[in-house]
Design a protein around this ligand. Sequence first.
Ligand code: KIV
Ligand code: ZN
Length: 501
Amino acid sequence: MERIIIFDTTLRDGEQAPGASLNQKEKLEIAGALMHLGVDIIEAGFPVSSRGDFESVKSIASSIKGPVICGLARAVKKDIDAAYQSTRPSRRRRIHVFLATSKIHMQYKLKKAEDEIERLAVEAVKYARRLCADIEFSPEDASRSEREFLFRIVESVISAGATTVNIPDTVGYAQPGEYGSLIAAIKNNVPNINKAVISVHCHNDLGLAVANSLEAITNGARQVECTVNGIGERAGNASMEEIVMAIKTRKDIFRGLESGINTTQIYKVSRLVSKLTGFVVSPNKAIVGGNAFRHESGIHQDGVLKERSTYEIIRPQDVGFVGTGIVLGKHSGRHALSERLKELGFKFSDGQLDKINTRFKALADKKKSIFDHDLISIIEDEVKTAKPVWTLESFTINSGTRVTPTCEISLKNKNKFYSARSSGDGPVDACFKAIDKVTGIKGELQDYRIEAVSQGKDALGEVILKLKAKGKIVTARGSSTDIIEASVRAYINALNKIESL
Ligand code: KIV
Ligand code: ZN
């Protein structure tokens, strides 16, 4: 079998998505999940862009073993030096140099002619190659570049030492047939192309990023650049899970090709990226959307019960999709909970299990049926804030159509209780203001969303919010059958995150 190299750029192009900023700890957590998922290359950031990005790439290069760790650089020495220095702790590293080659970019952005661009690209690749054996070059906006110039620059950078040449559809403009033929043309017109791997990098402005990437594979590309959940600049990048599952599901078309991805980890990584970026996955999203494996119509349900393959082309467990069946209830004990968590692929210490069990029991008192999604939500809410500074003790709200909403709240910090009371524009606002009073931290809410985790009137509500305080921005979640409590928990989780940074 021939390997399709999965180059994951969730932490670089994905993080460029408006509003998706991740801190160093969060990036490291995602990099760990990508390692377990089995991606070949992690593009960990754009090290020259900020001190924070440099440090994040460095910490990933220091602790993630297995995948190649890559840093992005413009075709200038200081960028290449930063990419080199930050990826140095990793035994397997890559420097990714890019420079635009389309007429529009050369004329308006770079104000340089073709010969000058070619000279700068070659110089940059030669310089990078002296520092690192694994060099990728991207002619940015390749799909809108003049073909003859593109062939020439690809040949020159390969001669200069590039080991991978990436052909970006930077603005998501290409159509599948056209993009596939571009890859075939590069294979046929660049004399030294067999000395490098052809890579593709597609954006989703016309909703074609995955289709274009797959067409490129059919025409000879052997590396695909993609992101978890398809997050990225503007409409996003090609979605990793869709590409991987297309290759796996349509072996008749992608004959002799495979990726090294452990597909059973896909759903978990998708949840993690959604949780840390605050980007909710839409229910109808292919592979990882909440409805991706749900059959609503009677005819479909009947068909699936008779023979699964009538309406299902992928088994949910192949992507680690968490079922929606009723799994536990009020009378389920700690052992049953622990067994179910193991089945879902989680391992916890006794202390962590105690915490989850306490939340589980409290939930089971309010809600008859506990679904897998409910359990995962509790885990995400409870376990990741293992050593919180502030914990919720209790709160009372008074709200209605004829009263000013007020909240009285009590929080615990190092075994001491602190309380405050506040009014607000609504009950949630009153609670947040009361928490600000208790903690002495003034939080600025930048985003607030609420979702139902499972089905039914008693469904667990999950609040996802983005909070700015002490000059830091974090995303946090909180869950409860009571949406005010979910909001309070999310707000406290966010403040704890801020305290821990
Ligand atoms: O979209 C693009 O062209 C890029 C390059 C830096 C590869 O992200
Ligand atoms: Zn891009």
